[in-house]
Every structure is written in C-alpha cells, then in structure tokens.
Design a protein around this ligand. Structure first.
Ligand code: FAD
Length: 359
C-alpha cells in the first residue's frame, strides 16, 4: 500500500524533504503551500536568501550542515542547471567582536580553528597582509553560492519528475493537510515545513518562532571572493557580507540580522549603510568608485524563520477533528541556514517517515 504524504510548505525545506521522500516509489507525495517558487513575498524566506554555505552551527549541532555539504558540492560539480557555483570565501575577524559573542547567530563561523575546516575544502588562515583594514585575522576556504531563482524551480522540476504533485492551499490548521492529497485518500503523514507560518498555524502555534529580518541590496556588480565579517560599527543588528550568485544572479550585499523585526519594507538608511560597508571591505566591487559605482537590481527584505531553541525536526502524533490520528513530521525553524542545512534536515525527515511507516 502506498504511503500517502502531504508536505506543507514549498520553501527549500519543504521542497528538499519532498525530493528525498520521492526517491522511495512507495511514497505518494503532494506539496501544498501558500507560496511557491516564482513568488516574492515577505512570508516566504527562501527566494531572498543569498544563498551560500558559511557554517553557523556549533560543532555539537553541526550534523545538518555537515551532511548537506557533500550533496551541494555534487550538484555544483555535476548538475549545472541547478544554478550553483563554487566561490572562494574569505571570513574576517575583529578582536573586539570576540568580547560581544552572540551578537550574530553566525558566531561559530568566526571561531579560530573551526570544526568546518575539515569539511569545507582548501581551508587556510590568511596571512597578515591578506587581512583587510580594520580586521585582525581571517581565513579562506572554498564555499558555493546558489542562485535561488534557478535552484528553487530546479527542485520543483526534480520533484515533478518523481511524480510529486503541487497544489496551492492556505492552511489554518496543520491537520487540514490530511485531506489535501491529490490521491483523494487521507494522508498518513504530514510534513510541516511552514517555517515562520508555524507561529500561527493551528495544531502547531509555536510561540518560540520569530523573524530574524534580513535586508539586502542586490547589484549587477560582480565580486570574488565572497566576504563575511565578524561585526560592524553600525549596531548589533547589522552585518557585512558579499556573495555573487551563479548564472547571472547578481551579487547580494548584506545585511541585517534583526530578531523580532517584522518590517517588510526596505529601510533606505540601512540600504546606504549596507552599500557603504560593502565598498569599504571590497573597493574592487565598483573599481574604487564608491557606492555611486553600484548598479542596483533591487532592495529586498526576507524574514529568516528563527526558532528560540533551534530547528525542530521531530514526529508528533495528532488527533484530527474526525478522531483519527495523523503523524506530523516537523521540519521548521532554520533561521539563516536553511539552504546549507537542507539535505541534512531532509534526510532526517526521511528517517522519521520510514520509522513511522515501519510502525
Ligand atoms: P520558507 O522559504 O519561508 O517557506 C515556507 C513555506 O511554507 C512557504 O511555501 C509558505 O507559503 C508556506 N506556508 C507557511 N504558512 C503556511 C500556511 N498556513 N498554509 C500554507 N502554506 C504555508 N540560508 C542559507 O543556508 N544560506 C544563506 O546564505 C542564507 N542567506 C539568507 C539571507 C537572507 C536575507 C534571508 C532572509 C535568509 C537567508 N537564509 C540563508 C535563510 C534561508 O533563506 C531560510 O532558512 C530558508 O529559506 C527557510 O526555508 P523554509 O522552507 O523553511 O521556509
């Protein structure tokens, strides 16, 4: 008998879960979501991401990122139509940011001797004359950058090829997904990948969910390597990073990480600060012409689905209105690392689903 599964959510978490689940021909999968690839909406984080791999987890919690790198690397090497390319990353540290730990959730990225030096290729500490002014040390490694406008539709295409069916739906309760399988049969398992939607979604109402607002400027100028710095002098919610997307996706200048801020409109003052910091750390971005040399494609804001206690990946039995049980496998709360942890998390979803199917 087929395993009827409904995945709620079509961001990178829902799509990667659906893709890995669809590799088992015994699973019949419907993805239902309010927003789909192609949409740009403040309630939909995935299109706004850079997206690169700059590890953020502590070593103890590094499973999701460790398990994801090999698959993203394989796609970059062998599947050009996925829209990912390798890019060298340079991470710069300031001593004064060490005394303000926790300002950004990305802190483990800036550790000396980080766990990820054995995972990401070509890791090395930078020599003193390679460190940019205003910084005390830095490191370099090979990372990658995903063009989300290509990658998300590519994921949909891979799912369609495996027989996954996509439907639009706005859920008021996660259990409503049970009745939404395209087969007409009730779903046995629901995967909850509704991210920030889980704050208000009936049956979940996870009040530890909140936005970590990220404002970016997308420009036509290209720059290599990608850059991230440990702090700025513009306040605790501001950050500096630069990454150039694959396949003409432009360059993302970031940014902010502002927990609890729901504002969907780009703030022009923040935008100017982002651009100024970018040309300060990388004057070559505009050939030394300052921010006037930037060719802006758009200003954007995305809300990272931040969860106070970290990502939630677990199975939960729920009783529906009909008194019947349905199992919900949660996969939400990835904050700023939803892409770089996507395959590790989806692999765990598959393990949980297989456990439920085996009874
Ligand atoms: P979302 O993409 O938000 O998808 C949620 C889905 O659930 C949507 O389809 C939505 O419509 C649906 N949904 C919600 N509620 C309901 C409902 N009630 N009924 C029906 N459907 C519902 N990550 C990285 O790995 N690397 C990066 O470099 C990176 N950079 C980032 C930069 C910025 C500026 C931002 C904002 C984020 C960045 N991220 C990055 C984080 C990454 O974007 C997120 O972690 C990831 O997109 C979360 O994906 P998701 O599928 O869980 O959520």
């Amino acid at each position: 008998m087929a395993n009827v599964i409904v995945v709620a959510g079509a961001g990178v978490s829902g799509l990667t879960s659906a893709l890995l689940l669809s590799k088992n021909k015994g699973n019949v999968i419907t993805v239902v979501a309010k927003h789909m690839p192609g949409d740009y909406d403040i309630e939909y984080a995935s299109p706004w991401a850079g997206a690169n791999v700059l590890p953020m987890a502590t070593e103890e919690k590094s499973r999701w990122e460790r398990r994801t790198w090999p698959e993203l690397k394989r796609l970059t090497e062998d599947v050009p139509e996925a829209g990912i390319h390798f890019q060298k990353a340079r991470v710069f540290r300031r001593k004064k940011d060490e005394s303000a730990p926790g300002v950004h959730v990305a802190d483990p990225l800036f550790s000396a001797n980080p766990w990820y030096q054995s995972v990401l290729p070509d890791y090395r500490e930078l020599g003193p004359n390679e460190v940019i002014p205003g910084h005390d040390s830095g490191c370099e490694f090979t990372s990658l950058c995903i063009n989300t406008a290509i990658y998300l539709p590519w994921l949909v295409g891979q799912c369609l090829k495996n027989g996954v069916v996509f439907k639009r739906a706005v859920l008021t309760d996660i259990r409503d997904a049970k009745a939404l399988s395209h087969t007409g049969q009730p779903a046995k398992i629901i995967v909850n990948a509704t991210a920030l939607g889980s704050l208000k979604l009936g049956g979940v109402k996870d009040e530890t969910m909140m936005p970590a607002r990220g404002q970016v400027v997308v420009v036509r100028n290209e720059y290599h390597p990608m850059i991230a710095t440990s702090g700025t002098d513009d306040g605790a919610t501001e950050m500096t990073y630069i990454m150039t997307r694959a396949a003409g996706g432009g360059t993302i200048l970031g940014g902010t990480y502002d927990v609890g801020n729901w504002e969907s409109v780009p703030d022009p003052n923040i935008a100017v600060r982002i651009m100024k910091r970018a040309v300060d750390v990388a004057p070559g971005l505009t050939g030394g012409k300052g921010i006037e040399g930037l060719s802006v494609i758009r200003h954007g804001v995305g809300l990272r689905p931040y969860r106070r206690d970290g990502v939630r990946i677990e199975a939960e039995e729920m009783k529906g209105d009909d008194g019947e049980t349905v199992v919900v496998v949660h996969n939400y709360g990835h904050a700023g690392w939803g892409y770089q942890g996507s395959y590790g998390c989806a692999e765990r979803v598959v393990e949980l689903v297989e456990g439920i199917v085996r009874g």
